[in-house]
Design a protein around this ligand. Structure first.
Ligand code: MRU
Length: 358
């Protein structure tokens, strides 16, 4: 997708410099900076600090992290520790484990001299597949938006939470892909963007990327979704997910659950968009999903531009106050209207997922 009219992906390998390039998302929306990753430690760090974030993108970064590890030291012990560190870098998104396992499976029988070449090919393939999957999610989700548009004959208002946009994937996004497809087809859409405290990924990233693509959007306070739904100003919700378990329960950015409850209460369809790399087939009880708890500084401080256009971080809490920063919650499958995947749309249930994928 575009930034200042130029097409970008969120991560790529630079053959000339032999480095992995990322867009540093901690600087957006105020500064656009491309950063080089040269070591696996830098890859782990960029996932932890959320220079890269969003389930599919951190999976791809982990895949490239293995490439960087091999370039540094093609020794099985070093690669093994690197894989463990990549998987541990953030706990909730299953894409990390998925990508590392896929890379290691691919490399298991490969001749020592060929390891780097095959690893690089596989990391690139993971990215290409993600782009294709997200594009298909868009085409599948487009049908739902089209249906609403044909009935309503007016702008379709879509609420999304956090950033499940192209910045969270390699391109297109998951929740935003149907929106971009609808916009490109000339269907009138407008997006309610939850600011998504504490890190404001909605305000900082979703609104930014929608603006760059010319999609009309309005940022709302994180808790404003309920009243908008009661007032009939939301036609549908589409969110992403960091891990959807075998039962169809959905872990996503904190606050997703409350939006789903409000949507249910107001009879508004609540869709979750995901590539199959985000399905955790082994977990059957949502209580077993590890919920990331991040530094409370993300809550107590906010960052923005000061009067001189410099980035500045300020404390907004009483100095003595304690804060707790849970990053994700789980929306039970019963509140999810459907899962929009690269293979089609299914019920959020064991049967629904199985029918589509097995
Ligand atoms: O903490 P983040 O910014 O990595 O969380 C992102 C989300 O919760 C997204 O909704 C999710 O990763 C889906 S990505 C297409």
């Amino acid at each position: 997708m575009k930034i200042k009219g130029k097409n970008y992906r969120t991560i790529w390998y630079d053959e000339n410099d032999q480095v992995v390039k990322i867009i540093d998302q901690t600087k957006l929306p105020h500064k656009f900076e491309v950063k080089n990753l040269k070591t696996v430690k830098e890859a782990v760090n960029s996932i932890k600090t959320m220079e890269v974030r969003g389930a599919p993108l951190i999976g791809a970064t982990a895949a490239y992290g293995i490439v960087l590890a091999i370039m540094e030291n093609n020794d099985p012990k070093f690669i093994k520790i690197s894989c463990e560190n990549l998987i541990k870098s953030r706990p909730t998104a299953i894409n990390l484990k998925w990508a590392v396992n896929r890379m290691m499976k691919k490399l298991s029988d490969v001749n020592h001299n060929e390891v780097l070449k095959i690893a690089l090919e596989e990391a690139k393939l993971i990215c290409e597949e993600d782009v294709k999957f997200c594009e298909n999610i868009g085409l599948n989700g487009l049908k739902i938006i089209n249906e609403i548009y044909n009935k309503k004959k007016d702008t379709v208002n879509i609420l999304t939470h956090c950033n499940a946009g192209w910045l969270a994937t390699i391109d297109w996004g998951t929740a935003t892909s149907p929106i971009y497809h609808a916009h490109k087809k000339g269907i009138k859409v407008h997006v309610w963007v939850d600011e998504t405290r504490p890190r404001n990924q909605g305000a900082y990233l979703t609104s930014y990327e929608l603006n760059e693509e010319g999609v009309p959007n309005t940022i709302i306070a994180d808790n404003a979704g309920g009243i908008l739904m009661q007032k009939g100003k939301v036609d549908m919700c589409i969110v992403g997910t960091d891990r959807t378990i075998a039962t169809g329960d959905v872990a996503n950015k904190i606050g997703t659950y409350l939006k789903a409850l409000a949507a249910k209460d107001n009879n508004i369809p609540f869709y979750v968009a995901l590539p199959s790399s985000t399905i955790d087939w082994e977990t059957n009880d949502f209580k077993n999903i590890p919920i990331e708890e991040r530094n409370s500084e993300e809550l107590s401080h906010v960052e923005g531009l000061d009067e001189n256009n410099n980035l500045k971080k300020v404390l907004i809490y009483p100095k003595k106050s304690k804060a707790m920063n849970l990053a994700f919650d789980v929306t039970p499958a019963k509140y999810v209207t459907g899962l929009i995947t690269e293979k089609g749309i299914c019920e959020a249930s064991k049967d629904g997922l199985k029918k589509l994928f097995k």
